[in-house]
Design a protein around this ligand. Structure first.
Ligand code: CP
Ligand code: NVA
Length: 330
């Protein structure tokens, strides 16, 4: 049992020990049982939280809202247009004001520095709901989903395919190193995670008996993998002009039948979502018109297959975010 997480920020997983991450996962399992059995758990009645979103969201926003309500808290949502932050008021002043009114602050936006500064000045716990560099709440849901499928996560092989230097890939590498999961970043050589972060993760991985591998070889990278993971090829905040370049660069790393066949027969497919796996989105249709692609980072067939656990993973966002809020606010 780790020391209490009460009063702590949740900004990146590098700030947490293996035991602390495991504790949050155990807590999430408890909360999932309570939710599934309709058992009230308004443990934080009387508290209030604010959600600051500078980028759009479905899962993260709804997870914080539902989890906050389930715990008995008041929840305020602020989108980019409805606060003064950054336009008329500095981040430091905003953080200090919000810290006077709320018991916790969620932030989704751009540089990791922004959320780190919010955490420095707010005086109440700050939770990272995604930055350009990291997406730490996502990882808890991912590992919980892995554990639900395999009964364990330590010693498994997880492969991230595609844009291996984005926020999700970075965070997956960190959580893998912390929890003893063998992590493979499989993508083009010049699209790999930051060298310094790789070196840090390799040090942590050594302590936890696992490996961090970078490869541009799909066959080698995905061989006998237990978890195949991918994400969109152009992330929020990146220029739309990048699509053409990324499609060329990342198409060889699409998750398709061949990739799944090369993995462990019991392998599962994960994706943080949203995903471009068909033509049911406006961006998907635009890309189809311009470049002729019907599906991108994952084929529709794999996305809809029984190996795909993406909707369990999405549900687990809520249970794990609830655990983070409870542990830091109780
Ligand atoms: N996976 C994830 O963070 O989804 P949203 O962008 O919808 O929050
Ligand atoms: N890499 C994606 C993750 C979305 C949840 C992005 O930042 O847009």
């Amino acid at each position: 049992m780790p020391r209490s997480l009460s009063g702590r920020n949740f900004l990146k997983l590098l700030d947490f020990t293996t035991e602390e991450i495991q504790y949050l996962l155990e807590l999430a399992k408890d909360f999932k049982r309570l939710k599934r059995t309709n058992t009230p758990h308004k443990y934080l009645t009387g508290k209030n939280i604010v959600l600051l979103f500078e980028k759009t969201s479905t899962r993260t926003r709804c997870s914080f809202e539902v989890a906050g309500n389930d715990l008995g808290m008041g929840v305020t949502y602020l989108d980019p247009a409805s606060s003064q932050m950054g336009n008329k008021e500095s981040l430091e002043d905003t953080a200090k004001v919000l810290g006077r009114m709320y018991d916790g602050i969620e932030y989704r936006g751009f540089d990791q520095n922004i959320v780190e500064n919010l955490g420095r000045y707010a005086g109440v716990p700050v939770w990272n709901g995604l930055t350009t560099e990291f997406h730490p709440t996502q990882m808890l849901a991912d590992v919980l989903t892995i554990e639900e499928n395999f009964g364990r996560y330590k010693g498994l092989k997880m492969v991230f395919m595609g844009d291996a230097r984005n926020n999700v890939a970075n965070s997956l590498m960190v959580v893998s190193a912390k929890l003893g999961i063998n992590f493979v970043a499989c993508g083009p050589k010049d699209n790999m995670p930051d060298e310094k972060l790789v070196a840090t993760c390799r040090e942590i991985a050594k302590e936890n008996g696992c490996t961090i591998t970078l490869t541009d070889d799909v066959k080698e990278g995905t061989k006998n993998a237990d978890v195949i993971y991918t994400d969109i090829w152009v992330s929020m905040g990146e220029a739309a002009e990048l699509w053409e370049k990324r499609i060329k660069l990342l198409s060889p790393y699409q998750v398709n039948d061949e990739v799944m066949a090369n993995a462990n027969p019991e392998a599962i497919f994960l994706h943080c979502l949203p995903s471009f796996h068909d033509l049911e989105t406006s961006i998907g249709r635009e890309i189809h018109e311009k470049f002729g692609l019907k599906e991108m980072e994952v084929t529709d067939k794999v996305f809809r297959s029984s190996q795909s656990k993406v909707f369990d993973e999405a549900e687990n966002r809520m249970h794990t975010i609830k655990a983070v809020m409870y542990a830091t606010l109780k």
